[in-house]
Design a protein around this ligand. Sequence first.
Ligand SMILES: Cc1cc2nc3c(=O)[nH]c(=O)nc-3n(C[C@H](O)[C@H](O)[C@H](O)COP(=O)(O)O)c2cc1C
Length: 397
Amino acid sequence: MRETGASSLPRWATLKDACAIRDLRQLSRRRLPRAVFDYIDGGAEDETALRDNEDAFLDWHLVHRIAVDVAERSHKVTLLGREQALPLVFSPTGLTGFYHPNGEILAARAAGRSGVPYTLSTMSVASIEEVARGAAETDLWFQLYGLRDRDWMHGLVARARDAGYRVLCVTLDLPVSGRRERDVHNRFTMPLRPSLANLLDLACHPGWSLGVMRSPPRFGNFENADTQGFTNIAQRIAGSFDASLHWGDVQRLREMWPGPMAIKGVMHPEDAERAVAIGAEAILVSNHGGRQLDHSPAPLTMLPEIAQAVGRRAELIVDGGVRRGTDILKAAALGATACSVGRPFLWGLTAGGQAGAEKAIAMLRHELDVAMTLLGVATLGAVGRDHVRPVARRTRV
Ligand SMILES: Cc1cc2nc3c(=O)[nH]c(=O)nc-3n(C[C@H](O)[C@H](O)[C@H](O)COP(=O)(O)O)c2cc1C
């Protein structure tokens, strides 16, 4: 988390005392076993991409205008043809139901109550159908990974379509899983390997451990696959990412999916153009939250180039490092229609269930509202390039 303004929550603090995303992170750290917290919090190798994702927002100043009538404000945006309350999307996060019992359904409900879309990961604990039933009011997107078993992959797309998911989000930055060294140190595996350290860790977090015992993790979208049993399925999945996936495969998915399609993991303007050329309506400028290629630039850094390349032909969503309402305004000023958040809602969810995930979004909404008022913009459409200036010289703290 950005070093500036570290959380100073007292030990006895609860969800109601949290006033910023960093506080939710602090509460999450206290509630979760270390290996689980680190799996959510960590990034690849030296975590430079992870840090840069957040720090990139410090590269821009916001320049306010005065004497603008901002007494009435709206945070609404239209994203992929649907009006929503805020310029936010819940990013897909695998194993969410492992971090918190029923995590996917509770997070999807939180998204629905906050008026923003929820993206279900291929690697969810709850299945495509369970989440569709459990959060029927939410604008649901389905995230697809490239899988070696093309029949299974295409079957997931058909299931998402039949269950009523509106948007297909294809993640293309995971031909293989990034090397996350916190997980190596913690021996974080699925299922958790019963080492002495892990057992002690679990014993020190009885609230979380009891929850997992009551609802053991599974991979809801892979049940009935040819291999049964959690460990077997986990092994099968670990080997199932397909490094040979190419634009031809994406084209095929485009043909299969009747609704809007988003491509996630785009960092280069030429890839953005390619995505538009095959018919993607949205691009998630993303480096997977710094969990894949270390030393990748931050999504915000690449946004202006990508915005210039695609113009109005696709909607741009900045995914990664968003922790403040001012971050959302900076992304809007540089050409994004919306931002997508992963860890912020996971910290909220693990700190306090559905209420915690809702609180994460409420905090961002409140900060966005105050920042819009102070910036002198009544709508997000009024935010433009002239509201930001690059920071001349940034001293890292
Ligand atoms: C614990 C965790 C699990 C994730 N699982 C997935 C996934 O299954 N599919 C995917 O496309 N991205 C996944 N991501 C990446 C997020 O979708 C998103 O790109 C990232 O969290 C954005 O950065 P932020 O956490 O700083 O908001 C995951 C991220 C985290 C933290």
